[in-house]
Design a protein around this ligand. Structure first.
Ligand code: UTP
Length: 295
């Protein structure tokens, strides 16, 4: 790691969105608490961060999201009961999922003003160091955890990094898209970024997948609270300024697995099937059930 490169210790999880695409399920239950197989979506993403060496988990929550905080806390009655019933395996698994004392912080975004605003709400907890940002509804399913690949690339290069993956050309207008120095490389320099480019104008077919490593100067730009597309404070707008005005380097790290947008119904359903098929205790029976349904 270059001597000037500070280690990535903290990860931010913005979980204050309204989840309108998943109503009515998300009326009282945060979309991050919907389960993929038997773990809430947010737990899968925290697992990814932990596997990448993250030591401090920063959650930006909002109204009706208190259950996320409860999920990452002890539940004394439950743990006592598991102990009394000698369900040690279950108890150990629960305890292993918990951040250690002092490793989790929660802050609130009082109004859902946009992803950029949610990230800005974490500024005091993150402080003056580079950090990881993971959008919890985007599950990255692959051989190695996406953030681990990114941290390796960061340790070699420093700067800012964004995970990307290809989308069909006719869908680029739905995503944040980057232009890169080499579209086939695992890690390439980013030359431009554009949020939802009009059809036919995208600089590539590589979309921003929801995993970032960012330098703390992003907070100064987010502090200006400029509204962008959809009237929301967009993260991409500040990243563009960090790259173009402050000349900070940005690299794209290509993710080779499959990405499931669990904020959408189809993505969520597909994620449940894919993650269940990875599980030896569930896969054979699920495969048989799918075959029966399809026949
Ligand atoms: P999304 O746009 O996917 O989330 O934001 P949303 O607004 O909850 O979803 P829909 O479109 O209404 O269904 C990406 C991530 O940013 C967070 C969301 O919780 C999600 O994890 N977010 C978004 C915030 O924390 N605050 C915001 O103001 C907006």
């Amino acid at each position: 790691m270059p001597s000037h490169t500070k280690r990535i210790r903290k990860a931010v999880f913005p979980v204050a969105g309204l989840g309108t695409r998943f109503l009515p399920a998300t009326k009282a239950v945060p979309k991050e608490m919907l389960t993929v197989v038997d773990r809430p979506v947010i737990q899968h993403v925290v697992d990814e961060a932990r596997a990448a060496g993250i030591e401090h988990f920063v959650f930006v929550t909002g109204r009706n999201k208190g259950v996320i905080e409860d999920h990452f806390d002890m539940q004394f009655e439950l743990e006592r009961t598991l102990l009394d019933r000698k369900k040690t395996k279950e108890l150990e698994a629960l305890m292993a999922d918990l951040p250690k004392a002092g490793q989790a912080s929660f802050t609130r975004q009082q109004a859902p003003l946009g992803l950029g605003h949610a990230v800005w709400c974490a500024r005091d907890i993150v402080g003056d160091e580079p950090f990881a940002l993971l959008l919890p509804d985007m599950l990255h399913h692959g051989a190695t955890p996406c953030l681990k690949d990114m941290i390796e690339a960061y340790e070699a290069r420093g700067g800012n990094l964004i995970a990307v993956a290809p989308v069909p050309e006719d869908q680029t207008h739905q995503y944040g898209i980057v232009g890169v120095t080499d579209t086939d490389a695992k890690v390439a320099g980013i030359t431009e970024m554009v949020e939802k480019p009009p059809a036919g104008t995208a600089p590539s077919n590589l979309h921003i997948t929801g995993r970032y490593i960012l330098q703390p100067e992003i907070f100064d730009l987010l502090a200006q609270q400029e509204k962008g597309a959809g009237g929301e404070i967009q993260l991409t707008d500040s990243m563009i300024r960090l790259m173009s005005e402050q000349k900070q380097p940005f690299h794209a790290v290509r993710f080779d697995g499959t990405i499931y947008d669990c904020g959408s119904k189809l993505g969520f359903l597909a994620a449940n099937v894919a993650y269940a098929l990875d599980r030896p205790d569930l896969a054979p029976a699920l495969r048989a059930e799918i075959t029966r349904l399809m026949s």
